[in-house]
Design a protein around this ligand. Structure first.
Ligand code: DAH
Length: 350
């Protein structure tokens, strides 16, 4: 077979081989095989030396045409395959705008804070200020200044975490009383304050006790404040939080910082006083401690107890939330379990 025929044959078979390539890699390999330095066309051209002078330019021209033609065909094929790949990719990556989007999970105010905010709203509406005390206080402020001397047995009930010999995590928001009373300028009007916040006790944790919980302290001092002011205020509060039909009951009690002292119950909002599991069959639910501020507390805060009097109360939002929502274990509030906490959306609290 002469060189011309061989070249024509190569041209022909090459076209089929190019046509049959299915990947860019095939095309590149084929290009090297056909047109590369050691390729099939180069191989054939080595036989040029055996041609006659007249044949040489003719065959040379033919070889160049074949090379050009194959180069174009390979490039076309490459382009075709690239386009195919691109189309495939585009098709695969099409965004389906009708698919539902990913929702962002919204958090919500912790249930205890919802209850505290409810109380804050109520008392702000009655002209109270809100003051936050510090959680680390001196033993002196937490106890002595609220009329609980060093060796008083009431300290046993409120053992706490001591930072050092003199400082501790406050056991009660009552520790704000001395500072707030002392700082008030009575020539400018009555002192009316609530102070919400965390308190700590070395209680062994169980379903109704946590080593950290919340209190809201209420303090009112002015000339002529009486027990009936206290009773009226707490009645308004109880009805607002637990419902307008609630009846409030005051029982005599004892706190070192109040005299007289009371414990306050509301008629059970579940059974309306008939007796059920929430009120332990008594018809009443204890909600807070209160009383007329002890003259010693006023005097230690440089307030003349013959001229001024006041009341104070301490209420536990944790307990209120447990009652309001029928939660039977206080520790649930502090475990950060979303399944529990997300039940109390703000809307639900209203
Ligand atoms: N501080 C008391 C406690 O933690 C609660 C309390 C009772 C506060 C009577 C008061 C009050 O202001 O008058 O047990």
């Amino acid at each position: 077979m002469d060189l011309k025929t061989k070249l024509e044959e190569l041209a022909q078979t090459s076209v089929t081989r190019i046509e049959e390539s299915t990947s860019l890699k095939d095309v590149e390999n084929l290009r090297v095989q056909l047109l590369g330095k050691k390729g099939e066309l180069t191989d054939l051209l080595k036989m040029m030396k055996d041609l006659t002078k007249e044949e040489r330019p003719v065959i040379g021209k033919l070889a160049n045409e074949i090379r050009d033609d194959l180069t174009t065909k390979l490039a076309d094929k490459k382009e075709e395959l690239e386009e195919e790949a691109l189309n495939k990719q585009l098709q695969e990556e099409t965004i389906d705008v009708t698919l539902p989007g990913r929702t962002v999970k919204k958090g919500q105010t912790h249930i205890i804070h919802q209850v505290m905010e409810q109380m804050e709203d109520l008392f702000l509406g009655m002209g109270y200020n809100i003051i936050e005390g510090s959680e680390i206080v001196s033993d002196y402020l937490n106890f002595e200044r609220v009329n609980v001397p060093q060796d008083h047995p009431a300290r046993d009930m409120q053992d706490s975490f001591y930072i050092n010999e003199h400082y501790l995590l406050r056991t009660q928001t009552s520790a704000v009383q001395p500072l707030v009373i002392e700082a008030h300028d009575f020539t400018k009007g009555p002192l009316k304050v609530i102070s919400p916040g965390k308190v700590y006790r070395r209680d062994s944790d169980d379903a109704t006790h946590s080593h950290q919980f919340h209190q809201i302290e209420g303090i009112v001092v002015d000339e002529g404040i009486t027990m009936s002011d206290l009773m009226g205020t707490l009645e308004v509060m109880s009805k607002k939080i637990f419902g307008a039909d609630r009846v409030v009951r005051f029982r005599p009690s004892y706190f070192p910082f109040t005299e007289p002292s009371v414990e306050v119950d509301v008629s059970c909002f579940k059974c309306n006083g008939a007796g059920c599991n929430i009120c332990k069959k008594s018809g009443w639910i204890e909600i807070l401690g209160a009383g007329m501020i002890h003259p010693n507390v006023l005097e230690m805060s440089n307030v003349d107890s013959t001229k001024y009097s006041g009341f104070a109360f301490g209420v536990g939002p944790d307990r209120m939330a447990m009652l309001q929502y029928g939660v039977d274990d206080i520790r649930q509030f502090y475990m950060n379990d979303q399944r529990f906490l997300s039940q109390f959306s703000k809307e639900g609290a209203e």
